[in-house]
Write a protein that binds this ligand. Structure first.
Ligand code: HEC
Length: 150
């Protein structure tokens, strides 16, 4: 089998449960991906969003991003004060202005297939995949961002 076929097969196998109609939730689907792929730099030893905003450069140098260890902390970057940040960082380049992936996209997996499959899960969870910032989002657009906890 060609590598592309194998890659496509892997994507389908990973993505099937997501497309089977079952709702994607933080507890069931997202938490595990974050624990495996993100928590190393976004865990309890990382700054809160407020602390991070006060010294971005310092934390960057220490390879620490804002804490994504709980649903509440994550939601700040989904539809809170820093709405859309998660989507801007995870987009594969299809929705970005310069066509380049967000700088956390590479963290989604070790292979293209794994990154694509995990991105699909995040997209399903969010519902309204938008890279807009908080102040650019209308009330309807904000409400269309689902990202359920359970
Ligand atoms: C090797 C460490 C590392 C891993 C792993 C990592 N990140 Fe990050 N992340 C950072 C650092 C450092 C920053 C801050 C610097 C920057 O803005 O790029 C950051 C910034 C971010 C931001 C932007 C925060 C803001 O408001 O400015 C988001 C969103 C994010 N990461 C999401 C993720 C997600 C989701 C994953 C897992 C798929 C992940 N990151 C994996 C180190 C990491």
């Amino acid at each position: 089998m060609s590598r592309i076929l194998i890659a496509a097969f892997v994507v389908i196998m990973i993505a099937v449960p997501v497309f089977a109609g079952e709702a994607v939730t933080y507890e069931k689907d997202i938490k595990g991906i974050i624990a495996k792929r993100c928590i190393f730099c976004h865990g309890t030893k990382s700054p809160t969003m407020e602390e991070f905003d006060r010294d971005k450069e310092g934390y960057k140098n220490k390879m620490k991003g804002p804490r994504l260890d709980t649903y509440e902390n994550l939601m700040v970057l989904v539809k809170g004060s820093d709405a859309g940040a998660l989507m801007r960082r995870l987009d594969d380049g299809k929705n970005t202005k310069d066509g380049k992936p967000g700088n956390m996209y590479a963290r989604l997996g070790n292979t293209d297939a794994e990154r694509a499959a995990n991105l699909e899960i995040f997209k399903k969870w969010i519902g309204n995949w938008t890279l807009k910032r908080r102040k650019e989002l209308s009330k309807e657009e904000l409400e269309a961002i689902k990202a359920p906890e359970k």
